[in-house]
Design a binder for this molecule. Structure first.
Ligand code: CTP
Ligand SMILES: C[C@](O)(CO)[C@H](O)COP(=O)(O)O
Length: 228
């Protein structure tokens, strides 16, 4: 299975002056934790990382320290996650038929989650890891007045890995580019094109490190894992 890791963001919500994936968590950059887990997943045979070119020297240092047993390719990222994934898809080896895409910022995903997604992807064209929403969600208008309360039973919080047939995902990305769609995950492109996307049970601990409090929570989770 081929894996693409979008890692070209800025981390605005983290308030960081550099790519948040280079911030340290228990003595290692966030990206290192993501790579270590992907490298441990037996189902993954090749890893592409999309980054801004000015971060490549630091990415190379991280890779040299981890010494992954899989080939790693650095790919120039874009201005949005969507563009970064688009570039990643163009850089896949020609023989790649299926691909998993996993945010560099989801640095706590376990090897088991990668393996489970890879296995299910053998039987479908598109999937995402997701977990049932625990809160009651409100839809609000521009005046902060509630307009609706969707039934929680139908609500799932999207995570990554997300996995797809390479040819189909490329077609959906091309269509999105042509029609100016802006989406925050790859599944949304398949949805808009009318293709089914399956849910795979995600992990509650698979948070996306987005704001400063997420770093504290991620450290707590890693400390718990070290004890067990
Ligand atoms: N131009 C971009 C923007 C985001 N990403 C990646 O997409 C993932 C999810 O994005 P997010 O958590 O939103 O990261 P940032 O864009 O860095 O954060 P922010 O939106 O707060 O600036 C991250 O691994 C990020 O590096 C990317 O590859 N290319
Ligand atoms: C793909 C994703 O991680 C699923 O939760 C998320 O949509 C990334 O979006 P963001 O807006 O870049 O945080």
């Amino acid at each position: 299975m081929y894996l693409l890791i979008p890692a070209a963001g800025m981390g605005k919500r983290m308030g960081s002056s550099r790519n948040k994936l280079l911030l340290e968590l228990k003595g290692k950059p966030l990206l290192a934790w993501t790579l270590i887990s992907a490298d441990k997943a037996e189902s993954i045979e090749w890893i592409g990382i999309m980054g801004q070119t000015y971060d490549f020297p630091t990415f190379e240092e991280i890779i040299n320290q981890i010494k992954p047993c899989k080939p790693i390719k650095l790919i120039k990222g874009g201005d949005t996650r969507q563009e970064s994934v688009y570039n990643g898809l163009q850089a896949l080896p020609e023989k790649a038929e299926k691909v998993l895409i996993h945010d560099g910022a989801r640095c706590l995903a376990t090897p088991d989650l990668f393996n489970r997604c890879a296995e299910v992807l053998q039987e479908c064209q598109g999937l995402i890891a997701a977990i049932p929403v625990k809160d009651t969600i409100k839809i609000v208008d521009s005046n902060l007045l509630i307009t609706d309360t969707p039934t929680r039973d139908n609500l799932w919080a999207a995570q990554t890995p997300q996995g797809f047939d390479v040819k189909l995902l490329k077609e959906c990305h091309d269509r999105g580019l042509k029609l100016g769609w802006q989406v925050t995950d790859d599944a949304a492109l398949l949805e808009k094109c009318g293709f089914p996307v399956r849910i795979v049970s995600g992990e509650e601990t698979n948070l996306k490190v987005t704001t400063p409090i997420d770093l504290t929570i991620a450290e707590f989770i890693l400390n718990q894992r070290a004890i067990i």
